[in-house]
Design a protein around this ligand. Structure first.
Ligand SMILES: NC(=O)C1=CN([C@@H]2O[C@H](COP(=O)(O)OP(=O)(O)OC[C@H]3O[C@@H](n4cnc5c(N)ncnc54)[C@H](OP(=O)(O)O)[C@@H]3O)[C@@H](O)[C@H]2O)C=CC1
Ligand SMILES: Nc1nc(=O)c2c([nH]1)NC[C@@H]1CN(c3ccc(C(=O)N[C@@H](CCC(=O)O)C(=O)O)cc3)C=[N+]21
Ligand SMILES: [Mg+2]
Length: 294
């Protein structure tokens, strides 16, 4: 079997069109465009790439982008004060604080300061609680993007065995909750998991989000499984700069029924779901009906 390559960029482009189409009516009703604020503290390389493409996309889609790039020495009090100012700014519908933050800042304290209605990254405990208890709320961009791709690829996911490798608050945990909500039987794996290969071999759906390049080997993949590769590791291979996923892609191609490439799979979805969440938050805050765009 040779796997189908899941084109995250193509799906994201389609979602972009559906997002853009909502903006004229929003502007007619509110007199403004949806706005997204991103805060980056210091110079984490992954976050810098993300912030750049995000600002460009936000403007491309006809929304307002507010970028706050702060020095690594920024204090927690100052950062929380910025978040509070953005909470109070009606032009801002979404607030994203790039993680990780420098060690002297308590990430939870900053995330808790975000108005949950503007929490487009789904990181606030209120958002996490809503996801776990099945109430409507904003859901972390990367896992929601993965779910969109899986639903597009497989349709109903009921009864499928899924494994998520990674348990971060940003990716792994919300991914597991979304799959559970879609009626999968979910295994959550992490760095202390024993016999990971055997657990992966049981899965119809594999979501790899460990950040360990190539750790998921081809012979771990059940023939016909669907593979979503979230991992992005920067490396130099044969003198060329490369972005590597968590899955041994060449080997997985011979076993899986479908797989996301890195780059061009989950990454473009993360950016577009951020736009999606911003438009949803804007409608919610303006008292307009809830949008369903996927
Ligand atoms: N494409 C995209 O849009 C995005 C990509 N990413 C990428 O996804 C990856 C994960 O991101 P994030 O969740 O933020 O990372 P974290 O570092 O916060 O979490 C990594 C998780 O993987 C687990 N893990 C690490 N090594 C292993 C291992 N050998 N076996 C099993 N589990 C392991 C860790 O376990 P433990 O909890 O026990 O330490 C942890 O739960 C990174 O490569 C990141 O760059 C992230 C966000 C968006
Ligand atoms: N609060 C917060 N939310 C995040 O969602 C968040 C974060 N912090 N910190 C950093 C990670 C990383 N991340 C990526 C987003 C897009 C690509 C992406 O677009 N990747 C492209 C390739 C880009 C390239 O060529 O380097 C792709 O996979 O095709 C990658 C990684 C979001 N993150
Ligand atoms: Mg920290």
């Amino acid at each position: 079997m040779r796997a189908q390559i899941i084109d995250g960029k193509a799906y994201a482009d389609g979602l972009a069109d559906r997002i853009t189409a909502t903006i004229p009516a929003f502007t007619e009703k509110t007199g403004r465009v949806p706005g997204l604020a991103v805060i980056l503290v210091g110079s984490d390389p992954a976050s810098e790439i993300y912030v750049r493409s995000k600002g460009r996309k936000t403007r491309e889609l006809g929304m307002a982008s507010f970028e706050h790039i702060l020095p690594a020495e920024t204090g927690q009090t100052e950062l929380v004060a910025l978040v509070e100012a953005l909470n109070a700014d009606n032009r801002v519908d979404g607030i994203l604080v790039q993680l990780p933050l420098p060690d002297h800042i308590d990430e939870l304290a900053v995330v808790r300061a975000i108005d949950p209605r503007k929490d487009v990254d789904g990181l606030h405990p209120e958002s996490a609680g809503r996801l776990v208890s099945g109430r409507p709320g904003l859901v972390s961009c990367t896992p929601l993007g993965c779910l969109m791709l899986l639903r597009d690829q497989l349709g109903d996911l009921s009864g499928l065995d899924a494994i998520v490798i990674g348990r971060s608050i940003l990716v792994g945990k919300p991914m597991g909750q979304l799959l559970l909500g879609a009626n999968c039987t979910v295994t959550m794996a992490h760095s202390r998991t024993r016999n990971l290969a055997d657990k992966v071999r049981q899965a119809d759906i594999i979501v790899a989000a460990a950040g360990q390049a190539g750790m998921i080997k081809g012979d771990w993949i059940r023939p016909g499984a669907t593979v979503i590769d979230v991992g992005t590791t920067r490396a130099v291979v044969d003198g060329k700069r490369r972005l590597l996923g968590d899955v041994d892609f060449a080997a997985a191609l011979e076993r899986a029924s479908a797989i996301t490439p890195v780059p061009g799979g989950v990454g473009p979805m993360t950016i577009m779901v951020l736009m999606h969440n911003t438009v949803l938050a804007a409608h919610d805050r303006a008292g307009l009906p809830h949008l369903q765009l996927w």
